[in-house]
Ligand binder design. Sequence first.
Ligand SMILES: Nc1ncnc2c1ncn2[C@@H]1O[C@H](COP(=O)(O)OP(=O)(O)OP(=O)(O)O)[C@@H](O)[C@H]1O
Length: 313
Amino acid sequence: MITLEHLEKRYGDSYAVRDLNITFPDGAITALLGPSGCGKTTTLRMINRLIEPSGGRIVLNGKDTSSLKPEELRRGIGYVIQQIGLFPHLSVAQNVATVPDLLGRPKAQTLARVDELLSLVGLEPGRFRDKRPGELSGGQAQRVGVARALAADPPVLLMDEPFGALDPLARDEVQERFLNIQKALKKTVVIVSHDIDEALRMGDYVALMQTGQLAQFGTPDDLVKRPASEFVRKFLGDDANLRQLAGVPVREFARAGDAVGLPRIEGDTNTRTALALMLRAGNEHAAIWDGEKLLGVVGFEDLALNSHTREPA
Ligand SMILES: Nc1ncnc2c1ncn2[C@@H]1O[C@H](COP(=O)(O)OP(=O)(O)OP(=O)(O)O)[C@@H](O)[C@H]1O
């Protein structure tokens, strides 16, 4: 668990972060969301002490982080940034192995771990292990960045707009893959984003910041359905409900019903897209299928009225 207590960062007379109190729960993804300049990156970088706070403290698993050596602290914290900074002259495998090598882990163990991680992020080891970063697409490079951050198996992962540079298709894919990885690994993840869709989709929790302070902390459902202030409501926008649907596969809304004659939608389709397909088909109901298996039906009324709560991790 990471707890920020009255955290503060001043630059001259102005505050980048001011009296910030947030608890990031263990084993869950918390999205740190907010408009440009509200202090997200500063906050993230205070957690791994790339920036030293001017006031308040950060407690990680019961320890005040200022009492730890920065190198010692960072050993337990993976860090993924947008410009992933892969070493261009090293192979993909050598890039992923950077931290385990620095920690003096046995070579054979590290090689096996590298292959395991490349598979995990969806890069076939035999094909990608020996490539140079310059030979990778943006999405592939970003996945190597995630593999590298996971290489030393840190319990905490800090991610600063990790998928920001990717085109929407590649971003969707990498996000999905990361969510799948997280289901198995259950890291404590803090992901900085200014992208509302990304935060609602990726976050078990969302911490929305406003000028260096916390505007609201809660599940995506809390923020969308129970905004704590006008700022939160405005920031998420009038289409917040729709945005949230984009993060949920339509199978989760399937219920028993008569599917005869209804347009067919695959269960993995995100619910916002499913809604668009129903509109296009001119039908307020659809049949939800998993390949050849009928999962049930869904109607406009299920999407508009039922509050959908994604179980926090
Ligand atoms: N080294 C610095 N010196 C002076 N002011 C700074 C410094 N770093 C950040 N700031 C200011 O602190 C505030 C918060 O910056 P920060 O980078 O944390 O915001 P952010 O929410 O991550 O923004 P963005 O989404 O645009 O990256 C901004 O007003 C910024 O100008």
